[in-house]
Each structure stands twice: as C-alpha cells, then as structure tokens.
Design a protein around this ligand. Structure first.
Ligand code: ADP
Length: 335
C-alpha cells in the first residue's frame, strides 16, 4: 500500500512583515527548521529546510519528507538519515512555544558539517542579535519615557529616532553582506574595467563632507577581478571611514596603482591611527574600537575583507597612532 505522506505546505499564520523578519533571522541558522501548529499544518520552513525537503527545485534528500512527517506528529522524537552525498542528518522534533503560539519544531541538522562551521554560524547569529538588542532597548526605553512624562524639547523622541536609525543601518549593512555572499555564487563575469572612473565617483559621493580629497590614479590601470559594484563598495567603505575617523582640514589621499599582476587601492587618512594589536581585529564582523560619538556598525571592513578574499585579493592596514592610517586592497588584474 502506498504510504500517505504529508508533503508540507507552508501556510502563513503570521502577518507578512513578521514572516519576513522571522525568515531573515531563521534562514541564517545552520540547520533546517520547520514549525507546525497544533493542527499539524506547517506554518514556517526556513531556506535550508525547503532545500532538504525538495521545495526549491532540487530533489529532496531520499526519505527526508517521510522522516519529517514522522517527527512532526507528536512528542519529542529523533531519527537519523543518510543523505545522497554521504551526509548524516538528524531529524528531531520537539514542542516549542513562540510568541504565545504552541508549535512543534522539526530541526534537520547535518551531523557531518564541520563543528567549526556550525559554531561560527551559530556565533554569527548570536552576535547579530546582540548587536541589534542595544539600539532596540534604547528605542523602546525612550519611546516609553516620552509616553510616560512630558518631553517638551523632544529629547526622548530624538534619541529614539537615533536608535531607530542605528537599527536601520545595521540591517542595511547585513543586507549588503548577504547580497555579496549570494552574488558570489552567481556565474557571471567578474571584471571591472573602469576602476579610475569608479574612484572618481566614490570621491565625489563624499564631497558634501567638505573634506579635501587628493586622488591619484596611475595611467592605464588594467581591469580587475571584481565587479564595478564591488570596487565601488570597497572604495566607499575605506573613504567613508577616513571621513568618519579623521578631521578637517587634514586631507584624505586615494591612490590607485598597478603593482605587477595586482592593482592596489590605498586610502590614507591623517586621523588618530590604530594601535598595532587592534589592527587585525577591526576586519572582524561587529568589531569596533570605542571611538566616541562616531556611528557605525562594525560590518564595513568585514564585508570588504570577505569580498576581497573571495576575489583572490588581500586587504590590510598600515597605521601609526597619532599619524593616521592607510587601508589597502590588492586585487588581481583580470586581462
Ligand atoms: P564601522 O565604521 O561601521 O564601525 P568598520 O568595519 O568600517 O565599521 O570599521 C571597524 C572599526 O575599525 C571602526 O569602528 C573603527 O574603530 C576602526 N576604523 C576603521 N577605519 C578607521 C580609520 N580610518 N581610522 C581609525 N579607525 C578606523
């Protein structure tokens, strides 16, 4: 007799904005996650789960739908399953309460994934929540204050607005990181022919800062192994930081030069500089050196680093406390 299968149909019970928020957060998880309501209807499945159960166009792992089907039914239950590529999956179901809803969660973990991959993804998710929690707490606190007591000068509202802008900045930065990761997977020509023109545009974008830029572009810069959007992203990050972390009237130097098989972008500022032991830390996600009063997310340099490594290049900083910093990206020439 043919087996009767519950092929999950993801039915939305949360309002669409909530679903997007949950999806964005739960898609980062290094395992598949499916949530079922009390009627046994699947109300949410993250990306990894959709891939594993064959709802993204790729075939499902053999036996996966059946395993999920058995695990979603009742009580805590765990099954193991061998995937086509040799992966060993653990399919585990357990009750879960979220936002007042009684749900049943099915988690599909690939046990053959390297521990450090799992751990670094889990840490990244934790860091993200931690980074967002600060400004969100401030936002809520100042809004509550402005409801509870008179705020004639609008101070509370202003602070709440600052906190909201910070959350938005973090979210925007994360989105651009995410686009980078997925754009790296697309098959397309990765080549930028007009590095010089992009450097001009990047400097022009910062003209409203009133800073003096000294832009030097060597003649005949060859095409490089990055897309134009990526070159722009790198330069905007470096130049943006130079503007943020140094002060007028000191100039900012932007140099584009060829060194053998590489093209080097260098952005020099005459700001406070960075202590030697902290120079490698600033390329890690969310890492900021307490610079008072300067807004940022600690994601810009991490994005530059991830991209540059992906493109076969290198990124580094030379800096001296009290004299300033030069940020470099070296990227291969693409003939
Ligand atoms: P953000 O500027 O958003 O904090 P970044 O990843 O661009 O994030 O930079 C990480 C940290 O590196 C900054 O918070 C700052 O402490 C330090 N930093 C970056 N650029 C400079 C610079 N030009 N001079 C001094 N410190 C810098």
């Amino acid at each position: 007799m043919a087996e009767i299968l519950h092929v999950p149909v993801v039915e939305t019970v949360l309002v669409p904005e909530d679903v997007e928020l949950y999806a964005a957060a739960l898609d980062i998880l290094p395992f598949g996650l499916m949530l079922y309501d009390e009627r046994g209807t699947c109300v949410f499945a993250n990306k990894r789960a959709l891939i594993l159960i064959g709802l993204t166009g790729r075939p499902a792992e053999a036996g996966m739908i059946q395993a999920v089907d058995r695990t979603r039914a009742a009580g805590p239950r765990t099954e193991h399953l061998r995937g086509q590529g040799g992966a060993l999956y653990e399919v585990a179901g357990e009750p879960l309460a979220i936002g007042g809803l009684r749900l049943h969660a099915v988690r599909i973990a690939d046990l053959t994934l390297e521990d450090d991959v799992m751990r670094s993804q889990a840490t990244a998710a934790g860091d993200l929540v931690h980074t967002l929690r600060g400004p969100l707490t401030a936002l809520r606190g100042y809004l509550e204050l402005s409801v509870e007591e008179p705020d004639p000068r609008g101070d509370y509202v202003q602070r709440a607005l600052d906190a909201a802008l910070r959350v938005q900045q973090i979210v925007d930065d994360i989105l651009s990181l995410a686009t980078l990761v997925s754009s790296g997977m697309e098959e397309r020509e990765i080549r930028c022919e007009d590095v010089g023109a992009i450097a001009h545009q990047a400097v022009t974008a910062f003209e409203p800062s009133g800073r003096l830029f000294r832009l030097r572009i060597e003649d005949a810069i060859p095409p490089v192994a990055m897309t134009s959007a990526e070159v722009r992203m790198v330069l905007l990050n470096f130049i943006g930081n130079a503007v943020k972390y140094s002060e007028a009237p000191a100039p900012i130097d932007v140099d584009i030069a060829r060194e053998g098989s590489m093209v080097v972008f260098a952005v020099r500022d005459y700001g406070p500089g960075i202590e030697p032991q902290k120079q490698s830390l600033i390329f890690r996600r969310y890492h900021r050196l307490g610079v008072r009063g300067v807004q940022g997310t600690g994601l810009g340099l991490a994005a530059v680093r991830e991209l540059t490594l992906q493109r076969g290049g290198a990124v580094y900083v030379e800096s001296e406390v009290g004299s300033g910093s030069t940020f470099f990206v070296r990227i291969p020439v693409k003939a």
